[in-house]
Design a protein around this ligand. Sequence first.
Ligand code: GTP
Ligand code: MG
Length: 281
Amino acid sequence: MSYGAMAFSRSSGRNYICAIASPPINIIVFGESGVGKSSIINMLMGEPVAAVSNQAVGCTYESNKFRAIIAGREVMLYDTAGLNEAEAGTVSPEQAVQNLRSLVTELKTVNLLVYCIRGTRFRKIMADNYEMFCNTICGSDRKVPVVLVVTGLENEENMDDWWEYNKVDFDEMEFRGHACITATRGRVFRDGSGYIFQDLYDGSKEKVTRLLEDHAFESSVTIVPPKNTSTSILLLGVAGGPNLGILSSLLRWCKERPILCLLALLFSCGILYMVCLLYLQ
Ligand SMILES: Nc1nc2c(ncn2[C@@H]2O[C@H](COP(=O)(O)OP(=O)(O)OP(=O)(O)O)[C@@H](O)[C@H]2O)c(=O)[nH]1
Ligand SMILES: [Mg+2]
């Protein structure tokens, strides 16, 4: 247990020294199944503590906690189940979202959300996952900082270029920072002298560590989970969730372009009015 400060208290005429416990630094790693969440945890921990799977089926079934030291301070890293497990056939989307809800409710305070995506198969659905977790489940007056980690970039000439080419697709999401990395060492050289991507892997570990150092210690945000939002509503548009993605995209489109949306509504009403007039004549 870590102690943030010592306080002196006068009660019953006696002096007590009591320790004021500071909340733990909670960092949640989330994202779709198979994007490399557990691999990132292993990279940060320096050993294979979290199970990683090569199979199509998801590997992490529930949230797992790992204690790590970042910048000399103790942090709690939370590995979570992938958000589109329905496609992979293990945890249902409802269960994955429910797990995230339970986790933040239990933690009460969160310092940083690490959104993990795979650079080679990134999809529009990312925005829905971001909205569901960062804005709805972790919704409160103060936003929990979110950083982006893009994995699978070991074959890029320069991993960091990925962000320059793709950042336009992230307009509707807000990230404090990002890291373009590989979370795999790749295969072993035939002569057993090491791994093919070892240097890139070491550089990636530094990048992710720096990202956490820069953003995990800003503040502990108290989570006020939405009380009346059902899991199925949260699943709107989330990968593998009920097939309501079109409705979710439409709502997002309307939210982003209110004037255009109003004009479209007026236009539709006009058309409807004309049709009614023609019908009544
Ligand atoms: N090529 C490549 N493979 C990676 C990378 N990161 C992870 N992998 C591989 O991707 C597969 C899935 O990795 P995991 O770390 O288990 O992914 P996850 O997001 O934890 O998956 P779930 O627990 O199922 O949600 C494993 O075979 C990893 O070795 C990466 O940066 N590049
Ligand atoms: Mg995992």
